[in-house]
Design a protein around this ligand. Structure first.
Ligand code: 2BA
Length: 109
């Protein structure tokens, strides 16, 4: 058994959730925050059989879009503050960051 962990953008989470349920996969959605942008995103935990992992990844890739986002850098806490110009930067946020982990045991009571 595997655990697929997918960090996706909030905008895609509803559609992804619907598609996973429609195809018979079980998933848990967690509200999460990206460390870099400090913006909300959604983390899916999807427990599934080894052979279903490619299908799960296919569903994720078809339902999560990469988007550009503007981010204003946080000012530094040093003496360099005077010369700091907080120009917004454009960041490409991926459709999904996906991790596949081995599951030792699964129990459902
Ligand atoms: P964030 O950490 O908020 O990152 C958002 C986007 O900012 C990233 O998109 C990447 O394009 C950019 N970024 C992140 N760290 C950066 C850095 N040190 N310098 C320059 N640009 C940087 P993605 O790579 O598609 O990641 C989207 C979200 O997926 C991340 O949100 C984070 O919540 C999660 N994620 C990505 N890689 C991860 C990893 N290795 N471990 C845990 N979570 C991860």
């Amino acid at each position: 058994m595997k655990m697929v962990i997918a960090v996706v953008q909030d905008k895609d989470s509803g559609r992804l959730s619907q598609q996973l349920v429609k195809k018979g996969f079980r998933a848990t959605k967690l509200a999460s925050t990206g460390g870099f942008l400090r913006a909300g995103n959604t983390t899916f935990l999807i427990g599934t059989s080894d052979e279903s992992v490619p299908e799960v990844i296919d569903i994720i890739s078809h339902n999560c879009k990469s988007r550009k986002q503007m981010v204003t850098p946080v000012s530094p806490l040093s003496n360099a503050v005077d010369s700091f110009m907080p120009y917004p930067l454009e960041v490409q946020v991926g459709g999904a960051a996906v991790f596949v982990l081995d599951v030792g045991e699964f129990h459902s009571f």
